[in-house]
Design a protein around this ligand. Structure first.
Ligand SMILES: C[S@@+](CC[C@H](N)C(=O)[O-])C[C@H]1O[C@@H](n2cnc3c(N)ncnc32)[C@H](O)[C@@H]1O
Length: 218
């Protein structure tokens, strides 16, 4: 399957899932814990420019805004963004949402202090392109925040993508901390630092190996 066709199917899939997504999402069930972990991992003493790539229903974007940061976010699925926009409005948080693919996002290069990618790399036709985009968007000294997991080990977290779509996504089974650290280095980032120990237990019931990493643009 060509990457453009895969991407179109991925966006349609998430638009169909959007209305029910937050009902089962870890960032809602464990909102306070995720907020504490993002707050620690950002290592930000003052308000920063944050960009959330593949924001979905706004998980990282809304937390970052609640921490006082100025936040822009993009997603390929208009359905997911509609939920994110409603959530921002309901909580009085100011986030600029843009509909569009990560690789094509129009945010200015070197305009961000922090870029977040949570549970997005596994579903991309080209995950390295997204990490290179994060690197481009960051100022020197800026931080990329990446969280994901090895979703293949737990049936309840496997996607229900059609087989041909799943087969066209290089990380459809998920990612490990080590693999992602290597990918971050290949994208030009400095050494990765892990933060998942701040969760008292895995935030995903079923003990799916997950990680939270940050790395700086030197
Ligand atoms: C599992 S959801 C995660 C959403 C959110 N980051 C979170 O932590 O809840 C994956 C999201 O990635 C989005 N997505 C997939 N490929 C994308 C791309 N190339 N550009 C932008 N968004 C993309 C999907 O539309 C979906 O909203």
């Amino acid at each position: 399957m060509r990457p453009a066709e895969a991407q179109s199917q991925v966006s349609d899939y998430w638009t169909r899932r959007a209305p029910a997504f937050d009902g089962v999402a870890s960032h809602v069930a464990q909102a306070a814990l995720w907020r504490d972990v993002l707050s620690a991992a950002f290592e930000a003493e003052e308000a920063k420019e944050v960009v959330d790539l593949g924001t979905g229903t706004g998980a990282c974007a809304l937390i970052a805004a609640s921490l006082g940061h100025r936040v822009r976010a993009c997603d390929g699925s208009e359905g997911m963004l509609a939920v994110a926009r409603r959530a921002a409005e309901a909580s009085g948080l100011d986030v600029t949402f843009e509909q569009g693919l990560i690789e094509e996002a129009t945010f200015a290069p070197a305009s961000a202090d922090i870029v977040t990618l949570r549970n997005v790399l596994w579903t991309l036709p080209d995950p390295m392109a997204a990490l290179r985009k994060a690197h481009l968007l960051l100022r020197r000294g800026g931080v990329v925040f990446v969280s994901d997991g090895l979703w293949s080990v737990a049936a309840q977290y496997r996607s229900t993508y059609p087989e041909t779509l799943a087969a066209s996504l290089p990380r459809h089974d998920g990612l490990t901390e080590d693999e992602t650290s290597t990918m971050l280095a290949e994208a030009g980032f400095g050494p990765a630092r892990s933060w998942q120990h701040l969760f008292p237990a895995s935030p995903y019931p079923g003990d799916v190996p997950m990680f939270v990493l940050t790395a700086r643009k030197d």
